[in-house]
Design a protein around this ligand. Sequence first.
Ligand code: FES
Length: 99
Amino acid sequence: MRRVASAHEIPAGTAKPFRVRGHEVLICNVDGEFSAIEDVCTHDGAALDQGELSGHCIVCPRHGATFDVRTGAVLALPAVIPLRTYGLRLDGDDILIDL
Ligand code: FES
């Protein structure tokens, strides 16, 4: 696992993008629960960090597809392919990603 960020950098209800080994990764904090998804919409490649995070849902800024940031599942069209997710572990304040 690779250290990517400090947990305090990403307050609850926010998400922050990182580039890790050539991957665009979005780390999300939903009520203190962290998750990591690919920061590239599966519909047409928009950066999801420009979209709105509401609870565990993130809405793509380009055409409005919605994904579950915990699982990558599609919750609303036009995307039909789930987002890639990355294993994440907290070690104290360090956020470690499986990449
Ligand atoms: S690029 Fe995200 S919904 Fe189209």
